[in-house]
Design a protein around this ligand. Structure first.
Ligand SMILES: [Cu+2]
Length: 614
């Protein structure tokens, strides 16, 4: 085992608030403990989270094959989405469906329905999974159509022009909200933290899978490639993600299909429709286990959870057999707080082809790839010149031992995450026609003359928790009212005293203009959805807000920081159909009430989220 094993410190014996033992707090888990922790924000129990972790169990790494999550299959949904008995408040689908689902809605464009809508079903429930070989660990998982649960969950497959509906049923005792990270989705379907479901409730997530419109035309430069989904429940995101609620979402369109047909990229699917053999998603996630095999979870840790077991697709340090040809790897950093910097153990550079959801304008050769929590990068790796029997590793060379920030790149502390074994005698030179500089997805820059507003957001720390502009997140407050169809300049400053914050903005990509006053490096210069707010960093970005009205959030993607209030809500406001003036923010349920009158949809169809806004 190559992981660093620290001395065991029994978390049950550490200090606890209000007479409660730490063990009681941990056993309580979930919402109860988080609320207890919120009452004592000044507790500083975790100056060094790493040293308080249970010792990692010993096992032999690279004995388990890298699992590839199954594709989320189609389902027959009954009742039909949007029908009488699938309305908000109904027994069947308590939260109904986005108003944009209805063809009479002003945002619903006819070309959304070019292909028939796909229906899917997933349930969140308890499961048991072997993160470490031989150790049965209780966790949470997404169950697809009654099949065996997997961690990560089943991979969404979506295509431009083909809407998808995922009916999500919550069968656990914490609230859940499904966030489709990097997607351009209606507010109702975006996984806003207060659009949650309780135990026994269903919500229909409607994804038009349409590109935003730019000057009236669909902007295909905005179509995504590699997204992911994860839980975003209010206050419990970190808990739910740490316990298994995350998965991949892979999107294709005509541009991507053209690249595949010209052999610039490998096929996404194999002949059976399963994940292609040369297109491999890899979700990296660090965890820690208690001696009894349960997931170590400290609800009082507001700094950011760091683990000492390194999972790829839910398995600690697996291996992957690769043929002597080129592969596409889709990397996802699904850690809560750990920043990783990936390199090949041979020192061979990566050919990076995407940043977050979007293919780059041109493929770029990079020696390492730094991924902050929430971030993705796709790469091409060519094994054709490696002899059969070669063994190499995807390794993390970023050292980090607490939730504050990494210590820096340290080759002496590198940790191999995945072992790659080159197999087969057939050499397939030039299996892909791609190299540094190969054009991929065209990029449409937002220009300064399009900007109608500038906003400044300052990230800061207060009483052991996290603020933006000296405010804790409040779901009933609109922090930015944005006019539909406009572009804005946002300036984000990290003044939180030496902490790093991966900053994720929902619903639209953002285009970094300056990072600490300088132009960003090539692979960051087009589109991104999660930006690195390192200590004392300032990022200036342009964003355009299109298609969907309603409330969305942006937040730190260190999920513990996010739950401890480093989040803000913005609302995209459309024109009043009578006066033409921009409607003021209505927030959550009330917004949909107003809009339902506009488009003629009966009010019971909409989501008033009565738990919070009765
Ligand atoms: Cu943060």
């Amino acid at each position: 085992m190559n992981a660093k094993n620290s001395p065991v410190a029994d978390p049950a014996n550490a200090a606890a608030p209000s007479g409660m033992t730490r063990r009681q707090a941990i056993i309580t888990g979930g919402v109860g403990s988080i609320l207890a922790a919120s009452v004592f924000p000044n507790l500083k129990l975790h100056a060094n989270e790493w040293s308080s972790l249970p010792q990692a169990p010993s096992f032999t790494p690279f004995t388990q094959a890298l699992p590839i999550p199954n594709r989320l299959g189609d389902a027959t949904l009954s009742p039909e989405p949007g029908c009488e008995t699938a309305r908000c408040g109904s027994q069947d689908v308590y939260h109904g469906i986005a108003p944009e689902f209805h063809p009479t809605h002003p945002s619903h464009h006819p070309d959304w329905d070019r292909l028939p809508t796909k229906h899917h079903f997933m349930e969140v429930n308890h499961a048991v999974h072997q993160f470490v070989p031989g150790i049965e660990t209780p966790c949470l998982a997404y169950f697809a159509n009654g099949t065996t649960p997997s961690v990560p969950g089943p991979t969404f497959r979506m295509r431009h022009g083909q809407p998808s509906i995922i009916r999500m049923k919550n069968s656990i005792d914490l609230e859940t909200s499904l966030h489709h990270h990097g997607a351009h989705s209606p507010s109702h379907s975006d996984g806003h933290p207060v659009h949650y479901t309780f135990h026994g409730e269903c919500r229909d997530y409607y994804y038009p899978n349409a590109a935003p419109r730019h000057n009236g035309e669909q902007d295909l430069s905005e179509n995504p490639s590699t997204m992911w989904y994860h839980d975003h429940g209010n206050d419990v995101t970190a808990h739910n993600v740490a316990h298994g609620l995350a998965g991949f979402s892979i999107f294709t369109d005509s541009i991507e299909e053209d690249l595949i047909s010209r052999k610039v990229l490998p096929a996404v699917d194999d002949a059976s429709g399963a994940q292609g053999a040369y297109d491999i998603p890899m979700a990296f996630h660090d965890t820690a286990l208690n001696p009894d095999g349960t997931i170590y979870w400290d609800p009082l840790n507001h700094d950011g959870r760091i683990g000492n077991i390194f999972l790829t697709n839910g398995v600690a340090q697996p291996y992957l057999n690769v043929e002597r040809r080129a592969y596409r790897f889709r990397f996802l950093c699904a850690n809560l707080a750990r920043v990783i910097e990936l390199r090949l153990s041979t020192g061979q550079p990566w050919l990076q082809i995407s940043n977050d959801s979007w293919l780059l304008p041109k493929a770029a050769s990079v020696s390492t790839i730094r991924l902050i929590p929430g971030k993705r990068a796709d790469v091409i790796v060519d094994f054709s010149r490696m002899p059969e029997g070669t063994v190499l590793y995807i390794e993390n060379i970023m050292d980090q031992d607490n939730g504050r920030k990494p210590n820096g790149v340290d080759l002496k502390k590198r940790i191999p995450y995945v072992q790659l074994r080159v197999v087969g005698k057939t050499v397939q030179y030039n299996s892909l026609k791609i190299g540094a500089g190969t054009p991929l997805r065209p990029h449409v820059p937002i220009t300064p003359d399009e900007i109608v507003a500038t906003r400044v957001f300052v990230l800061n720390r207060s009483n052991g928790a996290w603020q933006i502009n000296q405010q804790f997140y409040n779901a009933t407050r609109c922090d930015a009212q944005i006019k539909l169809g406009t572009a804005e300049r946002w300036i984000l400053q990290n003044k939180s005293g030496g902490w790093w914050h991966p900053l994720h903005i929902h619903v639209e990509s953002h285009q970094i203009q300056k990072l600490n006053g300088k132009a960003p490096k090539e692979v960051w210069a087009a589109k991104t959805d999660t930006s690195p707010l390192e200590d004392n960093t300032q990022i200036e970005m342009f964003m355009k807000f299109r298609t969907f009205c309603g409330p969305f959030v942006f937040h730190c993607h260190n999920n513990n920081h996010e739950d401890m209030r480093m989040m803000k809500q913005f609302e995209i406001c459309g024109p009043d159909p009578v006066t033409g003036a921009t409607k003021p923010p209505q927030l959550n349920g009330r917004f949909y009430n107003v809009d339902s009158e506009v488009c003629g949809i009966p009010k019971p169809d909409i989501d008033a989220n009565p738990h919070l806004f009765s």
